[in-house]
Design a protein around this ligand. Structure first.
Ligand SMILES: [Zn+2]
Length: 366
């Protein structure tokens, strides 16, 4: 599901706009500061401002909502859930709080909760039909998932459809644990929570994720992996599982504000065979993308643009690791998880200005 932060900040600003601001600790002034912080992607500041404002003005749903959005972006899922629920208690017809809460449940694998939030929202929405397509997709997914079985290991839960897939699930879980050991050892941080992976057929995967054909797998709170003839080839399944595991790790350490080029670059560089193959792509096309243009998800890109984006991302992350060390990159992720704005965290941890880095990578001189 796509939600627009710009649209969200307008909603919060509607509360803060036009009012006379009397003092710095005025809830209106705090709400304005929180809205400005969300617009500037300073989610740590936004969370602090909205939390304080909500304490001073406990009846206001939009203040709870603002705190929820900031916490969600920081990957603080429990705080975000509590804040969205608080917004809905104050104002049960507050649709954005319902859609963000449902999305949060969905990403945590709580599909039935996501559906229930939508069903309640639909009863109160002036345009109940707008929510129907998403609800239909989730109900269909729940119906499929209710047939799934699970296999567990120390760090993973793997969901699969039929008893005949049990050996495959055991194989996947073994490969995930191998990737876990190798990657945690390389980066020096471990996920704090057990990670779920769902095994699909290609048809089920396309149906549920609706991603471009070039997508080998996905991570949206859970690892979703289609297993077909191609992915069962030697090495390919390990590559895919390792790549998606890194996304899970990045999201647990850095929250949801990590630029796509760092997320994809790290996942690619840490693949079992490294990033050599992926980085070779621009040599054929003679094009480079500046990493500052690669902050948003690659999902909507064409295959060719995606190849370029992955190549530029992998090269940038590999060079950062070679020149500054993996610990500096991990420290950057940890800063983002704490709410430090990206450019500041980058300069702090990688000892150069982000614009300078992006420009020298594009020139090939870093
Ligand atoms: Zn990826």
């Amino acid at each position: 599901m796509r939600r627009s932060l710009a649209c969200t900040t307008l909603l919060i600003a509607a509360f803060a706009g036009g009012a006379h601001v009397r003092a710095a600790d005025d809830p209106l002034a705090l709400a304005r500061a929180g809205t400005a912080a969300i617009e500037a992607r300073r989610f740590g500041d936004a969370l602090a401002a909205f939390t304080k404002a909500a304490e001073m003005e406990p009846g206001d749903a939009s203040l709870c909502f603002g705190a929820g959005v900031a916490a969600f972006m920081l990957g603080k899922n429990e705080v975000a859930q509590a804040r969205f629920e608080c917004a809905l208690e104050r104002d049960p017809a507050f649709l954005p709080a319902a859609t963000w809460l449902a999305d949060l449940h969905y990403r945590a694998g709580r599909l039935a909760d996501a559906i229930s939030v939508y069903e309640t929202a639909q009863l109160r929405s002036p345009k109940p039909r707008d929510l129907q397509p998403q609800l239909d997709r989730w109900r269909k997914e729940l119906e499929l998932q209710s047939r799934f079985r699970d296999a567990r290991s120390e760090h993973f839960v793997v969901l699969f459809e039929t008893a005949a897939d049990e050996p495959l699930a055991a194989d996947v879980i073994g490969r995930l644990e191998t990737a876990y050991r190798r990657i945690v050892n390389a980066v020096g941080v471990a996920p704090s929570q057990r990670i779920t992976a769902v095994i699909y057929t290609r048809g089920q995967f396309n149906d549920i994720t609706r991603l471009a054909d070039w997508s080998a797998a996905a991570y949206d709170g859970r690892i979703r992996v289609p297993v077909d003839e191609a992915s069962r080839e030697a090495g390919e399944l390990d590559r895919i599982l390792s790549h998606e595991f890194v996304h899970a790790l990045v999201s647990q350490v850095g929250g949801r504000t990590v630029p796509a080029w760092i997320n994809e670059g790290l996942a690619t560089v840490l693949e079992p065979a490294g990033s050599g193959g992926v980085e070779a792509t621009p040599a054929r096309t003679d094009k480079r993308r500046a990493v500052s243009q690669l902050h948003g998800s690659f999902v909507g890109l064409s295959q060719r643009d995606a190849e370029l984006a992955y190549a530029s991302s992998a090269r940038a992350v590999r060079r950062l690791i070679e020149r500054r060390g993996i610990d500096a990159v991990v420290a950057l992720l940890e800063d983002l998880g704490r709410g430090t704005p990206f450019a500041r965290a980058f300069q702090q941890r990688l000892a150069m200005r982000y614009e300078d880095f992006s420009a020298s990578m594009a020139r090939g001189s870093f």
